[in-house]
Design a protein around this ligand. Structure first.
Ligand code: AMP
Ligand code: AMP
Length: 367
């Protein structure tokens, strides 16, 4: 892994007056550029040629500069990294950035300073580490089956990485699991390599809530955690084809049993459940500091399922900005109680960077 020292050294060569928020053109990029603009920071879109028009179509979140690449992975090329450093870029990692480039490659080969603790990306992409982290923080996770032969109830099969639900499926028996997996590999929905690393979880019933948190190591704002604090910025729920399966059909078609995220809906949670939502976020932040110091910095989200009889089950963590935050460029029903102005997660990132700049503490939030 690239050492913190190395990044610090690169950061110290930056022209701080020209600090530039950069990310690749997908996922939550519009929000990230919009937020940078709102906070008066420059922005740079690392964009594929076919997407340039899309990212120019929204004037208030159009980045100041475009850097055109053939594919996202090109950002690992030494000449591209050198160019980003020349632009004084701080890269904001998002779901597509991690999925297309890979956490290991980022940790080992990407020397451009990034917002947040890059180690958290390694903890989110490795399901075993994720489980160790969340369970040792006292959060309840779905039971995991090591081998399909152990299946004795309805299970949920998930592929490695941030696939946005693509290819996931349910099964009641080992036979059904094997049949569905083989079928998906044959149809090219699931890669053979991913099939070998599939995770089998207990199927959890309930209502999904995805709270969007922001952990600040410096600011005393929101809920105190150690020397820093935790804010609840917003909350969403994903929309997947399976959510539409009762569209008046006499029989539910197989095609609807698809968990690929296609969009997001705003939600607020019953107010009495907020205590637990904040507690889970605080415990996750606190534990991260013990496991990979200085732990989570910036945005993260817990993917939860709530059932009145079983409480919250957490089935995943995104240790970076999640796309559900795209619902709230003008703030949310929660950020309104913290900020007197519209505050998206993208803007909150830029604000933390700006504060780091002003106070000379950038190296506490950029890794
Ligand atoms: P997430 O865990 O939400 O950050 O998403 C992980 C993966 O799913 C990423 O690779 C994204 O490409 C995709 N994804 C999730 N939600 C969305 C969304 N609302 N819009 C676009 N892509 C998404
Ligand atoms: P994820 O990419 O982890 O957000 O998962 C995509 C979708 O799969 C979620 O929004 C849920 O609908 C579903 N899901 C994930 N894990 C489970 C589980 N253990 N039980 C039931 N549904 C799940």
């Amino acid at each position: 892994m690239i050492s913190r020292q190395k990044i610090s050294q690169i950061l110290s060569g930056y022209d701080q007056h020209k600090l530039t928020v950069a990310t690749v053109s997908s996922h939550s990029a519009l929000q990230i550029f919009h937020g940078a603009r709102q906070e008066g920071l420059r922005s740079l879109n690392i964009c594929t040629g076919d997407r340039r028009a899309t990212y120019e179509a929204f004037p208030l979140s159009k980045a100041d500069k475009f850097f055109i690449v053939e594919e996202f992975r090109d950002i690992l090329k030494p000449e591209v990294q050198a160019k980003l450093i020349e632009e004084n870029a701080i890269v904001v990692p998002h779901g597509s950035f991690v999925e297309h480039i890979g956490a290991e490659e980022i940790l080992d080969r990407f020397v451009v300073p990034m917002f947040g603790n890059r180690e958290s990306l390694a903890w989110e992409t490795d399901r075993n580490r994720q489980r160790l982290w969340l369970e040792s923080a006292g959060l309840k996770m779905p039971r995991e089956y090591k081998d399909p032969s152990e299946i004795n109830q309805k299970v949920f099969a998930k592929l490695p990485g941030a696939k946005g639900g693509r290819g996931f499926f349910t099964a009641d028996t080992e036979q059904e699991f094997q049949r569905k997996l083989t079928d998906r590999v044959k149809r090219g929905i699931v890669k053979e390599e991913d099939a070998r690393n599939i995770t089998i979880q207990e199927y959890v019933a309930g209502v999904r809530y995805y709270p969007h948190y922001f952990a600040s190591p410096m600011q005393r704002f929101g809920l105190p955690v150690g020397n820093g604090s935790l804010e609840l910025l917003s909350m969403d729920k994903r929309i997947e084809p399976v959510d539409e399966c009762y569209r008046g059909l006499p029989e539910i078609s197989e095609e609807f049993f698809d968990y690929t995220v296609t969009g997001n809906q705003p939600v607020v949670i019953r107010e009495s459940l907020l205590t637990e939502v904040l507690r889970m976020g605080a415990r996750t932040t606190g534990r991260s500091r013990e496991l990979f110091s200085p732990g989570l910095i910036g945005p993260f989200s817990l993917e939860t399922m709530y059932h009145p009889n079983r409480g919250f089950t957490v089935f995943e963590i995104s240790a970076r900005i999640v796309a559900g935050t795209n619902l709230y460029p003008m703030g949310s029903p929660y950020s309104a109680y913290t900020y007197g102005k519209p505050m998206s997660t993208g803007r909150r990132i830029a604000r933390e960077l700006r504060r780091g700049l002003e106070e000379g503490t950038l190296d506490k939030i950029v890794f």
